[in-house]
Write a protein that binds this ligand. Sequence first.
Ligand code: ACO
Length: 436
Amino acid sequence: MAQDTLAITDSRTNRTYTLSIDQGTIRAMDFRQIRTGPEDFGLMTYDPAFMNTASCQSSITFIDGERGILRYRGYPIELLAERCTFLEVAYLLLFGDLPTDIELKQWVNDITHHTMLHETTKKFMEGFRYDAHPMAMLVSTVAALSTVYPEAREIYDLNNRLLQMKRLIGKMPSIAAMSYRHSLGFPYVYPDNDLSYTENFMNMLWKMVEPKYVANPVLARALDILFILHADHEQNCSANVMRSVGSAHADPYLTTAAAAAALSGPLHGGANEEVLKMLDEIGSKENVPAYIKKVKDGHGKLMGFGHRIYKNYDPRAKIIKWTAEQVFQVTGRNPKLDIALELERIALEDEYFVSRKLYPNVDFYSGIIYQAMGFKPEMFTVLFAIPRTVGWLAQWQEMLSDTEQKIARPRQVYTGHETRQFVPIGQRGVLASASL
Ligand code: ACO
């Protein structure tokens, strides 16, 4: 079959170039040949915030934002959320296929045996101020793991790489739970290897003096589903950080810490915390129209609404709404749900939100569930970081084995001064005022 091509005529030179089209993309480097003369650097593409640039080829996650579709390794998210456990999905994301029974048992065993933190890491965490934000604690502690496992920098030793990935997935809930208990002044609870990934996390969060923590199965399953939904989302802001920092061959702890730092921002994973603050500010259903008017007048955003990719209902938000109902049967209904439902109802009918294709995203309902389960809003982004670690690692691993990838280094369009004359410090003000 003939290769698809794009013909471009440069009006500056009247020359025509033929560029190959492959998988709906043009290679940005193909533009470099388009020059006005030997001194010309060649044409570049300008794409602030990567609005229309594919930075990699990936076979991990598929999103069709217009149709509201999300698949991991080809499996619809709805199916995985209904039929799998989080660690099963983690295996799928990292290794490409769903595990067999034996592979899953081995995988769960491996992750379970990497949940303990080194005692020095525990002491490191004890040094944080009593009111430190748990997400800042998590980011710093993940980076600090680099000091505990210096061999992690051998990123092209495949066994070593796998070991560090298991450690990261195993230790994330332990760090998250410790940061939570630190903020409450409670002692650290050591992992219990008899429990599942989410049950053990709940054990480390909430065990008090009872000899054995028994998690409510509905809540443990809800958390597992939420972890599945948050595990990966292709080239989002933090995944892009993971790939970018990882492309410099930093070790996986420092790289994951960088990705988690990106996640902490209110426009990314920090949005679920902001949703709760917003619902608190609204206070009651009656105040919803006034709040929506405020947003439309340009005062703030409707947090938990809108997405760079989804221009339709976020499929994860649908599953979360269903999960919320299960959780509320155990915990009682979170009164904030009524405000959220009213906000969604009005926004989905409003021309401002309809014309901009703004729908609830994954963060709109997750915070309401987390709060009903007993989490403080400061913990919400930490709950996002635990499962997303799997996605980051899958993206990182794929990037390292992609022979086309190099250190990530975008170009810029320089808009500053040409060479300026240097003015000695004693003459600077004088010359400036003289030229006024
Ligand atoms: N509330 C009100 N208006 C909004 C919202 C919102 N939540 N989101 C976007 N808009 C408006 C913008 O003001 C803009 O309007 P304009 O065309 O009149 O200027 C238009 O919709 C397009 O928005 P952009 O900012 O260009 O969209 P972008 O793709 O850059 O932003 C983002 C996506 C950052 C998620 C944005 O929708 C937002 O800030 N939402 C609130 C924060 C949030 O929920 N983040 C979580 C995202 S999901 C995740 O990271 C896990």
